[in-house]
Design a binder for this molecule. Structure first.
Ligand code: NAD
Length: 288
């Protein structure tokens, strides 16, 4: 079985971005800049933000973190977003979710300029994705697509099944897989909590993507032998980190599979860095 090593792929991407940034620095007149906003003290979010800052550093991106107290008001948060929207040296704005109770995440996400929306959550960018127009793509599903491309695994003409329909993973991933393109162009089925025959649907998949947020939901009897399996889920359990798929059993019959951890997680951050560099190139006019 081919291990789809997101950790190694993300490291290679960071090294490539670092070279790209160094090559464009003189013409651009400044390094790419990413603003990361973290409200409150959610431990998982703190880890994610630290990893994003570290990734930026390795790719030659200047990151600026805004750590705000949990009692920050909606107004104060929107003022900060407006300020960052207006700053010439900031190419991307990332609002780490979830926000503490009382804050309206959707309103904040819509406040971020679509041109700096490197997380791809603004309705304008989601609409652009649905319409097949250029725009920022959400990092987790775009990172999955980048991983397939790097391993030269093309779902074109194949049957893809996506388990999960969330706005940040399942829905955009299904749109990307079903779009035209060498590393897309699949016939896509989306399964969700209302799907009555999940096992049967999954067994049809040449490419199976699982983003259900349920530990070990997908077992080997639900996987077609030889399928490519991408596990987006991540859960902290007594046995350590596990995904939405039973890795040990499925890895015996799949042709390729992502591990958890070290699969989709690092690719999500790599894609954020890619999006930030794309934004920087566009905003400084050095895009080729
Ligand atoms: P979510 O809870 O928003 O959505 C889960 C989706 O799965 C829903 O659409 C639901 O209908 C579907 N679902 C739930 N139970 C199901 C079942 N039994 N059968 C079929 N469908 C079912 O979750 P999300 O934000 O999309 O995240 C999914 C998982 O991916 C989580 O474990 C999350 O931690 C992980 N995640 C990882 C990364 C990363 O970078 N690695 C990024 C985002 C999310």
């Amino acid at each position: 079985m081919l291990l789809l090593d997101g950790k190694a792929t993300a490291a290679a991407i960071r090294a490539e971005l670092k070279e790209e940034v160094a090559a464009g620095l003189a013409a651009a007149g400044r390094a790419p800049g990413l603003a990361v906003i973290l409200v409150g003290e959610d431990p998982a979010s703190q880890v994610y933000v630290r990893n994003k800052e570290r990734g930026c550093e390795e790719a030659g991106i200047r990151s600026e973190a805004f750590r705000l107290p949990a009692d920050t008001t909606q107004e104060a948060l929107e003022v900060l977003i407006d300020e960052l929207n207006g700053r010439a040296d900031i190419d991307g704005i990332l609002l780490q979710l979830p926000l503490p109770k009382g804050l309206n995440s959707q309103r904040c996400l819509e406040r971020i300029s679509p041109k700096k929306d490197v997380d791809g959550f603004h309705p304008e960018n989601m609409g652009r994705l649905a319409l097949g127009l250029p725009g920022f793509r959400p990092c987790t599903p775009a990172g999955v697509m980048t991983l397939l491309e790097r391993y030269d695994l093309s779902p074109s003409g194949k049957k893809a099944v996506v388990v999960g329909r969330s706005n940040i993973v399942g829905k955009p991933l299904a749109l990307m897989l079903g779009a035209p393109g060498k590393y897309a162009n699949a016939t896509v089925t989306v399964c969700h909590s209302g799907t009555p025959n999940l096992a049967e649907e999954c067994r049809q998949a040449d490419f199976l993507f699982v983003a259900a947020g349920r530990p070990c939901l997908v077992t080997s009897d639900m996987v077609k032998p030889g399928a490519v399996v991408v596990d987006v889920g991540i859960h902290r359990t007594d046995e350590g980190l596990v995904g939405d798929c039973k890795y040990d059993d499925i890895s015996c019959i799949a042709s390729a599979m992502t591990p958890v951890p070290g699969g989709v997680g690092p690719m999500t951050i790599a894609q954020l860095l890619i999006n930030t560099v794309i934004s920087w190139k566009g905003r400084t006019g050095i895009a080729g």
